[in-house]
Design a protein around this ligand. Structure first.
Ligand code: TXA
Ligand code: MG
Length: 298
């Protein structure tokens, strides 16, 4: 299903078999829990223990690209596979008419990770999802084509189970915006976890270091082009590349975010090495650079 951030591989959150199929199809480690997509605050409250911070954040950002990690209610009808048997649940209310319509029709939450094979580039168009699961043919997932995702980057994941909010994943909602609303600073959970590291201890397993990875080798902060490299440009492009994808010729950060995963996919199909021009680390740039850094890990 499309969402405003990226396409998600959707299942009824209460259906063990459907949730198991998500993990199988993605090749996702079982220790990496899923986000439950809710219709509204009222639905979320039936699944997690709500608090004042959650209320403030949800009223401001929902529907939208903010995922809140909260304590799971003991009576929540969520497949334990979706939380890996954990005590917390990640919840968000998506801002997309199709996603909202699906949740409303089902009458309960939909769990959905990004609709890519585990560790690969997230899909922001229906065609991308088709590419990811092409090998399954008729047995692959059904794809609801909602056109290109408006935001193009995943939601921000914020843990508010403790006294101080902790950023687990940079995303569509910026840290500066969160800090302004909350009136406190937001700590960033250490951003890189070595690939071999085991799971249960990790606060957000999805932060494995190698992720969003193209087959091509990525070289970041490129100010000159090396031989044979394709170019992922931002602003006025470096000269000399045979394949260029410009995230935003005018240097617009939101446009760059929306184009990021399409740019990586496009260049990956035509080159073995990609040079990436510098992108400022402010605002949504933090999330863009987070994805690029992980995509560059070999
Ligand atoms: O924008 C998005 O968030 C998209 C769309 C489809 O909603 N979904 C998405 O899901 O990006 P996924 O599974 O690719 O990433 C979810 C992230 C992972 O890093 C995962 O480890 C983390 O959220 N996460 C999920 N449940 C968690 C929990 N209970 N505690 C901590 N982290 C959690
Ligand atoms: Mg993902």
């Amino acid at each position: 299903m499309p969402t405003e951030t990226v396409y998600g591989l959707a299942a009824d959150a209460a259906n063990d078999r459907a949730v198991a199929e998500i993990y199988a199809l993605k090749g996702r480690p079982s220790f990496n829990p899923l986000i439950a997509h809710m219709a509204d605050i009222a639905m979320a409250k039936r699944y997690v223990h709500w608090n004042a911070q959650a209320q403030l954040l949800a009223e401001h950002y929902w529907p939208g690209a903010l995922t809140l990690v909260l304590p799971l209610r003991a009576d929540a009808a969520i497949s334990p596979l979706a939380t890996d048997g954990g005590q917390t649940l990640a919840v968000r209310v998506p801002d997309h008419p199709i996603t909202k319509g699906l949740i409303a029709a089902l009458g309960k939450p939909i769990v959905a990770p990004s609709a890519n094979r585990s560790g690969r580039i997230s899909p922001t168009r229906a065609e991308h999802v088709g590419e990811e699961f092409a090998e399954h043919g008729e047995k692959g997932p059904w794809i609801v084509d909602g056109g290109p995702c408006q935001m193009g980057l995943e939601s921000t994941v914020l843990d508010i189970t403790g006294n101080a909010p902790v950023l687990l994943r940079a995303g569509g909602v910026t840290v500066a915006s969160l800090e302004k609303l909350l009136g406190t600073s937001v700590a960033r959970y250490h951003a890189f976890i070595p690939e071999g590291a085991k799971d249960a201890a990790l606060r957000s397993p999805g932060m494995l270091s190698r992720h969003y990875a193209p087959d091509a080798k990525l070289r970041l902060q490129a100010t000159v082009l090396e031989k044979g490299e394709a170019l992922l440009a931002f602003g006025p492009a470096l000269p000399g590349a045979s394949h260029v994808f410009n995230l935003s010729p005018s240097g617009d950060m939101l446009e760059a975010a929306a184009n990021l995963f399409t740019g990586l996919r496009t260049l990956d199909a035509s080159a073995n090495a990609i040079a990436v021009m510098p992108i400022p680390n402010t605002g949504i740039g933090e999330a863009i650079n987070d994805r690029l850094a992980r995509a560059a890990v070999r």
